[in-house]
Design a protein around this ligand. Structure first.
Ligand SMILES: [Zn+2]
Ligand SMILES: [Zn+2]
Length: 339
C-alpha cells in the first residue's frame, strides 16, 4: 500500500510500504483523511514520532476491509476512525475516557502509524459506523475537530442561554461555533481577519470580533460591550498565546468558564486573585472520547454540524496541502481523498 510518511526527521515522502495489519485489530480501507495543524507539529518534531519511518495522519474515515470475529463492525461497513487507543482496563478507559488513559496503547499518527495510507490497522472497537448522510470527508473531519468541539462543550458545561466566545476560527473553531449553537448558546467568535469572520458567521456565530491593530488587548472590552457589560459565560481558547489567554480570562463574567484547548510555546502568568474574585473556572480539554465522536457524527447526520472543506487532494499531493496549511492559506480543512 501507499503511505505518506516521515522517512527521517522532517523528511516527508509518499512510498510503498507493507499493508497495514495488526493481530486482533480491524483493517480499514481509507477513503478520506483530514490534514490537521498537528501534522506540522509532528513533521517539525515538536511531537517526535517514536521511530522512523512513521506514517503520519490522525483523522480518517473509510470502509472496513476486515474485522476479527465477534467485532462490533463487519467488512464493507462505512466507519469513522476514533484514533485514541486506550489500555481498555484503567478506570479512565472503563469510564469511557481513553483520551486520559494512564497507560495508552497509543494514538494513530502520534505514537502509532497513522491514517495517511491506503489501509489503516485499528481496534474494531475504535470504529464508529456512519449513517449515509455523513460523507467520508465529513467523518474524517469529525474524527478530530468535530469530536474535540463536542468534548470541550461537554467538559465546559455549555448550556442553553450561555454566551460562548470562540477564540480562533480554524477547523476546531468552526465546529465549536456550531456545537455551542446546538447546545443553545449564543456565540461570539474572534477572528484575525475578515474572511474568517465571514466563515464564523456562516457557521452560526451571531457576532464576530475581528482583531485590530491592538490585537487581544482590546478583546475583553469588546466582549463586555457585546454582553451589556456582563462578560461571557465561556471563553473557548484555541489560540493559546499569553495575550489571548489573558484576554479570555478578562472577558468572562462571574462564575465564567475558561476552556483551554489550543496552546503555543507561551506560558500564562496570571495572579490567582484575577480568577478568585470572579470565582472563574478553568477547564482543560484534550481530544475527545469515542462517545463524543458518535455525538459529532449524529449532529452531522441531522444537519446541525457541517464541515468546511477547503481542498481535496490525492495522497500523492499531501505535501501541497501541508505547505498551504503552513502558509495559513486554508479556510476550514484540507482533506486527502481516495476515489
Ligand atoms: Zn487533527
Ligand atoms: Zn486505560
Amino acid at each position: 500500500m501507499k503511505a505518506a510518511l516521515l522517512a527521517s526527521k522532517g523528511e516527508l515522502a509518499v512510498r510503498e510500504i507493507p499493508d497495514a495489519a495488526h493481530e486482533g485489530w480491524a483493517v480499514v480501507e481509507t477513503r478520506a483523511a483530514g490534514i490537521c495543524g498537528t501534522e506540522l507539529h509532528i513533521i517539525d518534531a515538536l511531537f517526535e514520532p517514536p521511530r522512523y519511518p512513521f506514517t503520519i495522519g490522525h483523522e480518517a474515515a473509510g470502509v472496513v476491509a476486515s474485522a476479527p470475529e465477534g467485532s462490533p463492525v463487519r467488512a464493507g461497513q462505512r466507519v469513522a476512525v476514533y484514533n485514541m487507543i486506550g489500555c481498555g482496563h484503567c478506570e479512565w478507559c472503563r469510564s469511557g475516557n481513553p483520551q486520559v488513559c494512564t497507560e495508552p496503547v497509543g494514538q494513530l499518527g502520534f505514537t502509532l502509524d497513522g491514517t495517511f495510507s491506503d489501509y489503516i490497522a485499528v481496534p474494531a472497537e475504535n470504529l464508529v459506523p456512519l449513517p449515509d448522510e455523513v460523507s467520508f470527508a465529513d467523518a474524517a473531519l469529525l474524527s478530530c475537530a468535530g469530536m474535540t468541539a463536542v468534548h470541550a462543550s461537554r467538559l465546559g458545561g455549555v448550556a442553553l442561554g450561555d454566551v460562548v466566545v470562540v477564540d480562533g476560527v480554524g477547523g476546531v473553531g468552526l465546529m465549536m461555533i456550531q456545537v455551542a449553537r446546538a447546545c443553545g448558546a449564543d456565540v461570539l467568535a474572534i477572528a484575525d481577519e475578515e474572511t474568517k469572520a465571514e466563515l464564523a458567521r456562516a457557521a452560526g456565530a451571531e457576532r464576530c470580533i475581528v482583531l485590530g491593530p491592538g490585537g487581544y488587548a482590546d478583546v475583553a472590552e469588546a466582549v463586555r460591550e457585546a454582553t451589556s457589560g456582563a462578560g461571557a459565560s465561556h471563553f473557548v481558547e484555541l489560540v493559546g498565546t499569553e495575550e489571548s489567554m489573558l484576554a479570555g480570562l478578562r472577558s468572562l463574567r462571574r462564575h465564567g468558564t475558561f476552556v483551554s484547548i489550543g496552546y503555543t510555546g507561551e506560558h500564562l502568568n496570571v495572579h490567582p486573585v484575577e480568577l478568585i474574585l470572579s470565582e472563574l473556572r478553568w477547564v482543560s480539554s484534550v481530544a475527545a472520547s469515542r462517545r463524543d465522536l458518535e455525538t459529532a457524527v449524529g449532529l452531522c447526520a441531522g444537519g446541525r454540524l457541517e464541515t468546511v472543506v477547503d481542498t481535496r487532494y490525492p495522497l500523492d499531493q499531501v505535501g501541497v496541502g501541508l505547505d498551504r496549511l503552513r502558509a495559513r492559506k486554508v479556510s476550514g480543512r484540507n482533506v486527502l481523498v481516495w476515489e
